[in-house]
Design a binder for this molecule. Structure first.
Ligand code: FES
Ligand code: FE2
Length: 409
């Protein structure tokens, strides 16, 4: 459990809040490349960290991420004309480039100096792996961009989706560092492979290792063979990333939980395989998303939970693993009251996540820079692992980048 003040501290992310300032020190996903696929296509509304922004791709293909509201009389630039290398407000025609410069104020006399004196807020962006990232923090603190493995793969080996989840980012993220629920929420009755291994031992032992980028943890399960253990290792990368464990040769998911505001989150799944092409249609289809990336199954229809399915097929009565996650997280209410919880040993990693975030945000409030920004970490080597190993083998030797591998890559 957390005290109320701690819960407030970790869940509020708007401008000026401590947690909001912490997340703003990292590059974060702002939107998918496909949302503004073509030069001069329609601009789109972007809301992250409680800020209302507009994104557009100009005539040259450059991406702008600007304040949504025109500095003249504050109408929305989502309605704007995207033409001739800039976004033009439809109210009085002021025009902005991707860097936030005002390039025209056609309703003013030619001698007007507005365009030299004013600008519109514009955030830096990087586009990689089908995702447009942005940095919303203080310009003088902007860190190098981190290149993870999935960004280095051919286009066909990676596909990104995002899903609007109606819950605070932290309770969604906590589901991503909670391997023990795999044996329950995600149980299927005739599961094979990893699903049957996870079902065999529903009370895994969880062990933590601190790393320069956050931490990683192992969920260690007994198997039918007393001489072997089933080990799943998940890295947590500040401020809100995990890599879901899959066997070495299998495609995996890189995750991001980007707060929309205090009560909603964009859940990003970057599905990638070193030796696998990813079919974008097959990847996206099970999420059942509408044009705004919202699921068909919501809290209002109880995620279309099926009691017959629950009796015959799986534990939850809901198909599709991410939808099962979203159902239990949305069912907590927008911001869960962590002062009412009763945490056990299955929550070891969730507890560690909270302690880490409280420590890092506390340090930031005292002026200390957060970890995982400027260290020479070989980001593309960080990986998860899901494997059966001899019972006496230390898991720390496996998979994801170990703590001491901080040498420049
Ligand atoms: S409100 Fe945008 S130009 Fe006037
Ligand atoms: Fe899950």
């Amino acid at each position: 459990m957390l005290r109320q003040e701690e819960n407030e501290l970790l869940t509020r992310v708007g401008p000026g809040t401590p947690m909001g300032e912490l997340i703003r020190r990292y590059w974060v996903p702002a939107l998918l490349s496909e949302e503004i696929g073509e030069p001069d296509s329609a601009p789109v509304r972007v809301k992250i960290l409680g800020e209302r922004l507009v994104a557009f791709r100009d005539t040259e293909g450059r991406v702008g991420l600007l304040d949504e509201f025109c500095p003249h009389r504050r109408t929305s630039l989502v309605y704007g004309r995207n033409e001739e290398s800039g976004l033009r407000c439809i109210y009085h025609g002021w025009k902005f480039d991707v860097d936030g410069n005002i390039v025209e104020t056609p309703c003013e006399p030619p001698e007007s100096t507005f365009r030299y004196r004013l600008s519109i807020r514009a955030y830096p962006i990087r586009e990689m792996g089908g995702v447009i990232w942005s940095y919303l923090g203080p310009p003088e603190k902007m860190p190098p961009f981190r290149v993870f493995e999935w960004m280095t793969l051919p286009d066909n080996n990676c596909h990104a989706v995002k899903i609007w989840e109606e819950a605070n980012y932290l309770q969604a993220l906590e589901g991503g560092v909670d391997s023990s629920h795999l044996s329950w929420l995600h149980r299927i009755f005739k599961g094979a492979g990893e699903m049957s291994l996870s079902a065999f031992d529903g009370a895994p032992r969880l062990e933590i290792e601190e790393t320069p980028y956050g931490y990683r943890y192992a969920a260690i399960r007994k198997t039918a063979n007393p001489a072997e253990r089933f080990v799943r290792i998940t890295p947590f990368i500040l401020p809100f990333h995990t890599i879901v464990p899959f066997a070495k040769d299998q495609p995996r998911n890189f995750h991001a939980w980007v707060p929309i505001d205090d009560e909603n989150v964009w859940v990003y799944f970057m599905h990638y395989g070193r030796n696998h092409e990813i079919d974008p249609v097959a990847h996206k289809e099970p999420y059942e998303l509408d044009a705004e990336y919202r699921r068909r199954r919501t809290l209002r229809n109880q995620h279309l939970q099926d009691r017959e399915m629950m009796r015959t097929t799986n534990f939850s009565g809901i198909p599709h693993i991410p939808t099962q996650d979203h159902a239990v997280q949305e069912a907590m209410g927008p911001i869960v009251d962590r002062s009412l919880e009763h945490l056990g040993s299955s929550d070891t990693s969730v507890i560690h996540l909270r302690q880490l975030l409280l420590r890092v945000v506390g340090d930031l409030m005292e002026g200390k820079d957060p970890p995982g920004l400027n260290e020479p970490i070989p980001w593309e080597l960080i990986d998860s692992e899901s494997i059966v190993v001899p019972a006496d083998m230390p898991w720390q030797q496996l998979g994801a980048l170990p703590q001491n591998a901080t040498v420049a890559g």
